[in-house]
Design a binder for this molecule. Structure first.
Ligand code: ZN
Ligand code: ZN
Length: 133
C-alpha cells in the first residue's frame, strides 16, 4: 500500500499490514486537519518508507504531528510512549477503501452534526441549486 499528500511532494509506502483503524474525534485532530474527525491507521515504524520531507509539529506533550510543508496535508501522528509505531491518515492512502475502520475514539468530542451524517440528503457530485425556491 502507498499514499501521498495533496501536492505529491511527500509519498509513503507500507511494507507491513496496517492495524488499529479508527475515527478520532479529538479536538487536536479536528484542528490539525480542519475536518470534523480524522481516520487513522497504525503501522510499525520500521515498515514505513517516506519519500520527500515531512515537517513535524508538537501538538501536545510527547505528540508529534507530521504534515507536508508545501501543501499542508496532515499525514502522521507519533506519541513518544510508542516510538516503534506511527499513525497515518487513512484518507491519504492511494486506496483508503482497503481499510475497514474498527471504531470511533474520543467520542466525547464528537460533533452533533457528525452524528447526523447518515440522515443528510446526498448529491452524486456538486449540490444542485434548488431553482424552484
Ligand atoms: Zn504536499
Ligand atoms: Zn485525535
Amino acid at each position: 500500500m502507498q499514499g501521498r499528500c495533496l501536492c505529491g511532494a511527500v509519498r509513503y509506502r507500507l511494507r507491513g499490514e496496517p492495524y488499529h483503524v479508527t475515527h478520532c474525534h479529538c479536538l487536536s485532530c479536528r484542528l490539525a486537519s480542519g475536518a470534523p474527525f480524522v481516520t487513522w491507521f497504525t503501522i510499525r515504524a520500521l515498515e514505513l518508507e517516506w519519500r520527500g520531507e515531512v515537517r513535524h509539529y508538537q501538538s501536545s506533550m510527547g505528540v508529534q504531528r507530521g504534515f507536508c510543508p508545501r501543501c499542508g496535508t496532515t499525514l502522521s501522528y507519533r506519541h513518544e510512549s510508542a516510538p516503534d509505531e506511527i499513525d497515518l491518515t487513512a484518507a491519504t492512502l492511494e486506496n483508503p477503501s482497503l481499510l475497514t475502520p474498527e471504531d470511533h475514539t474520543w467520542v466525547d468530542n464528537m460533533l452533533d452534526w457528525v452524528r447526523m451524517l447518515p440522515l443528510l440528503p446526498r448529491h452524486r457530485r456538486h449540490r444542485q441549486l434548488n431553482r424552484s425556491a
